[in-house]
Design a binder for this molecule. Structure first.
Ligand SMILES: Cc1ncc(COP(=O)(O)O)c(C=O)c1O
Length: 370
């Protein structure tokens, strides 16, 4: 008799399960703490635009009808927003789904999927699912080493992921380095610029990666409504790609992948730039506050361009995680990224950041376990 395990594709058996942040409901259940400060998943606590909420309420009564499978209105609105053509746009159930589509459309078994050290979990997953080889190139002081990545390209390289800002490090790739890298990329490679945190970037050296898509380079620029637009629960993200790349992704996209509520909310959000501006301001202020507090506490941190940051607690990150959780604050442990003493914390509202700092100070004051 076969066990299910015998039937699973060998490449799927090597998958390390995704490690999500602890949900507030889990913490409440485990510890009985009602008020949780969730700084574990880079969400936006200011919440969505009131226009998006209103649009969802209207759309709710119509959910017995299948959604527009081509997302015509949203695709046009995104094309206008990004100054590309509708043909360049692909919309996914979160940018996660666009990443899956890239793997499905382009990667053959035995080919290579490349990314930098400290990757977002879906980059290696794309390689595992497609039975490709995951090629992780060591980072240079938490930044992508694009020279090393260019040198690591082989005839079997198919996808290269560049997280900019990169999750979990928060670093970006500056325009000159990106341009020099793009000159070295051969035409059998599709480059994916993952810009999930694009709206938060304030570094003037940030490149305009959309220009590569507009030029017809074989690229995909991924963005999302989950972060600055605060619609993570709806699952809606998108890619701006060379037309040939977008056409390939459409072949593997599931029909009706974007719900009608999602389409309505995303469209309405694009009409409310103030909501994004408020979130960007909150993150900029929170970032300045956290830098200052970490410096006072003499903790090393990685300056960030996202709404999250890495900080070295100097202690076992799981112990610090537990100590913070007992105080009602959830973060992400660094061990999942190979950073045993670091934690990744989302930048929240002023009150959330203050609560986190107070809890961290107390946690660091506790004796280490034997
Ligand atoms: C770097 C990066 N890319 C992509 C995503 C996926 O976002 P979503 O699927 O919600 O659009 C995330 C989410 O955390 C992320 O951090």
């Amino acid at each position: 008799m076969f066990r299910t395990r015998d039937l699973i594709r060998p490449t799927v058996k090597r998958i390390t399960p995704y490690s999500p942040g602890k949900s507030s409901a889990e913490v409440t259940k485990e510890l009985g703490i009602e008020e949780i400060t969730k700084l574990a998943s880079n969400e936006n606590p200011l919440g969505p635009s009131p226009l998006a909420i209103e649009a969802m309420q209207k759309a709710a009564a119509e959910v017995f009808v299948y959604p527009d499978p081509l997302c015509v209105e949203l695709t046009q609105a995104l094309a206008d927003h990004l100054q590309v053509l509708p043909e360049n746009v692909i919309i996914g159930r979160g940018s996660d789904e666009v990443i899956s589509m890239l793997g499905l459309a382009f990667v053959n078994p035995g080919e290579e999927v490349m990314f930098s050290q400290y990757p977002f979990a879906l980059y290696p997953l794309t390689a595992w699912i497609t039975d490709a080889q995951a090629v992780e190139v060591p980072a240079y002081d938490f930044e992508h080493d694009l020279e090393a990545m260019a040198k690591a390209i082989t005839p079997r390289t198919k996808l290269i992921f560049i997280g900019t800002p990169c999750n979990p490090t928060g670093t970006i790739v500056p325009a000159d380095e990106m341009a020099s890298f793009m000159r070295k990329v051969p035409d059998h490679v599709v480059v994916v610029f993952d810009e999930a945190y694009f709206e938060y970037v304030d570094d003037p050296s940030y490149p305009d990666c959309l220009s590569y898509a507009r030029q017809g380079r074989r690229v995909a620029v991924l963005r999302t409504f989950s972060k600055a637009y605060a619609l993570a629960g709806l699952r809606i993200g998108y890619g701006a790609c060379a037309r040939s790349v977008a056409d390939a992704l459409k072949l593997v996209r599931a029909p009706f992948n974007i719900s009608s509520m999602g389409q309505a909310a995303a469209l309405a959000s694009l009409r409310d730039p103030d909501q994004v501006a408020r979130s960007v301001k909150m993150v900029a202020e929170g970032k300045a506050y956290l830098y200052e507090e970490f410096e006072k506490m003499r903790l090393r941190y990685v300056p960030t361009q996202g709404n999250f940051m890495l900080v070295d607690t100097g202690r076992d990150s799981r112990e610090i995680f537990d100590a913070l959780m007992r105080r009602g604050v959830t973060v992400r442990t660094g061990d999942i990224f190979g950073l045993a003493t670091w934690i990744r914390v989302t930048i929240g509202t002023r009150e959330q950041n203050q609560r986190f700092i107070a809890a961290l100070a107390e946690a660091l004051g506790e004796p280490t376990s034997p």
